[in-house]
Write a protein that binds this ligand. Structure first.
Ligand code: 5GP
Ligand code: MG
Length: 178
């Protein structure tokens, strides 16, 4: 199957820089921000966004980024193939904080819905925002992203491939199938 590259290395880097600036603008700085990635690639993206924020605002708290596993909170847990939970690593309490959830691809919205349940067990955030590298449409829930790298309207039969250097040794996003 042919895959078409839709974001290259520089596109991804520019998108993450823009998203970081947008997060800082909407939060009016880095105060009380907790950036939590959904494993696996969301965690990598959350870490990168936290590093960029750190560069833009050197006084930002150092431990901004963490990882939120939502596996056991999914409403489709029994319908999908066996999933192995990843560790949740939330460096600080979320009470009163603005939590920015980060994921690589937003599709039905079920993962983010599960993330709300996972967050609920951790505390009461002041606000929850969503940043995604790719929004491919086809939502089953009334969920939208506040910060989007690229909107990629896709057929349900298509698949977005996200490659990040830390995990995949390459850095690009492609779309295939359909
Ligand atoms: P949703 O729960 O919104 O249906 O799907 C989002 C989750 O599934 C994300 O964690 C994302 O990594 C994964 N996902 C859904 N569709 C795709 C896709 O086309 N490509 C990739 N790479 N991940 C997807
Ligand atoms: Mg994922």
């Amino acid at each position: 199957m042919m895959a078409r590259t839709v974001l290259n290395h520089s596109d991804i880097s520019r998108a993450l820089t823009r998203i970081s600036h947008e997060i800082l603008e909407s939060n009016r700085g880095s105060a009380d921000l907790v950036i939590l990635g959904i494993p696996t690639r969301g965690t990598v993206l959350a870490r990168r966004i936290a590093e960029i924020i750190q560069r833009i605002e050197p006084d930002a708290p150092v431990q901004l980024a963490g990882s939120l596993d939502v596996t056991m909170y999914r409403d489709d847990l029994s319908r999908t193939r066996t999933r192995t939970p990843s560790p949740t690593d939330v460096p600080v309490g979320i009470d009163g904080k603005t939590v920015v959830l980060v994921d690589d691809v937003l599709f039905s919205g079920r993962t983010i819905r599960a993330a709300f349940d996972a967050l609920n067990d951790l505390g009461r955030a002041r606000a929850v925002r969503l940043a995604v590298l790719v929004d491919r449409g086809h939502r089953d829930f009334p969920i939208r992203a506040d910060f989007v790298g690229k909107n990629l309207p896709s057929a349900t039969s298509e698949r977005i491939n996200v490659h990040l250097s830390e995990i995949d040794g390459a850095e690009f996003v492609s779309i295939e199938g359909g």
